[in-house]
Design a protein around this ligand. Structure first.
Ligand code: LRY
Length: 266
């Protein structure tokens, strides 16, 4: 990721693969022009993508595990339907699923890998290898757990690796501080994904206060987590979200069926 490039007189300041600053003398004017073009290209791509997402629904396609619907065919079919409905991006779990969807559907993928670790509560994209494999599989954005909890690899390293791979990063946050940390680390997209999932009890409602505080801090905010009705997604946008990710309500058949069953058995 060449986002950090900047030209100062006849010097180019960049970061190497390990995140260290390197200062190079510009040999020719053409070289300087190329560096600036690279920087502009990445920034333009980001701004275009942010505009495409703005005010829209991202669809998270993560079927219930071990369900008959937990198949590549189902995920691809939903991705194709999403594309036909002009959905600007989809969120996919698992390297194989990202690979099959990216080979069959032309739609930006926010990729994640979920793992259940013995020694850490962090589940979403905990390892460097996950980042590398998601990139290879075709993810445009890689989301990761951005909470400050015990974890195998630091969130700084994960974030650095995502940018090094040439992908945009999305921080799955549980609290305001996570979003601020992410913004300081040049994370492009800030999500409310983990709010309510780092505490013993998950509230029924989504976290509208977190959306408001992210927006107030000037962060590009993706509302995610329990936006189960059109009314809640509308309230997310009115609270300042740039876009909203919906998963269960659109793609988890068994979960939705249970909502209906619970309603009539009361
Ligand atoms: C907490 C966690 O692990 N969330 C996951 C993140 O990828 C998914 O299980 C959710 O389905 C997704 O965030 C969309 O949310 P909802 O299904 O509530 O619309």
């Amino acid at each position: 990721m060449k986002l950090f490039y900047s030209a100062i007189k006849n010097l180019v300041v960049s970061t190497n693969d390990d995140g260290y600053l390197i200062v190079n003398k510009i040999k020719t004017e053409a070289c300087m022009k190329q560096q600036l073009e690279n920087m502009t290209y990445v920034n333009d791509k980001l701004e275009d993508f942010k505009r495409e997402l703005f005010g829209k629904i991202i669809v998270s396609i993560q079927p219930v595990e071990k369900s008959p619907l937990d198949t590549g065919d189902y995920i691809v079919a939903v991705a194709k339907a999403a594309k036909l409905m002009n959905v600007p991006a989809i969120r996919i779990q698992g390297v194989d699923n990202v690979r099959i969807v990216s080979s069959e559907v032309d739609i930006p993928i926010i990729g994640i890998v979920k793992r259940d670790l013995d020694d850490s509560p962090v589940r979403i994209t905990p390892f460097i290898e996950d980042v590398i494999e998601l990139k290879k599989a075709g993810a445009a954005v890689i989301a990761f757990d951005a909470t400050d909890r015990i974890r195998p690899i630091s969130r700084e390293s994960i974030c650095h690796e995502i940018h090094k791979a040439g992908c945009f990063a999305m921080a799955d946050c549980a609290a305001y501080e996570d979003g601020i940390w992410a913004a300081k680390n040049n994370v492009e997209f800030i999500g409310t994904t983990l709010s309510g999932y780092t505490t013993p009890i998950t509230p029924l409602e989504p976290d509208f206060e977190l959306i408001k505080s992210f927006k107030k801090a000037g962060l590009y905010t993706i509302a995610e987590g329990r936006f189960n009705t059109p009314e809640l997604t509308q309230k997310a946008i009115l609270s300042g979200a740039d876009c909203v990710t919906v998963g269960s309500a659109l793609t988890r058949f068994e979960v939705v069926l249970e909502w209906f069953n619970n309603a009539i058995s009361k």
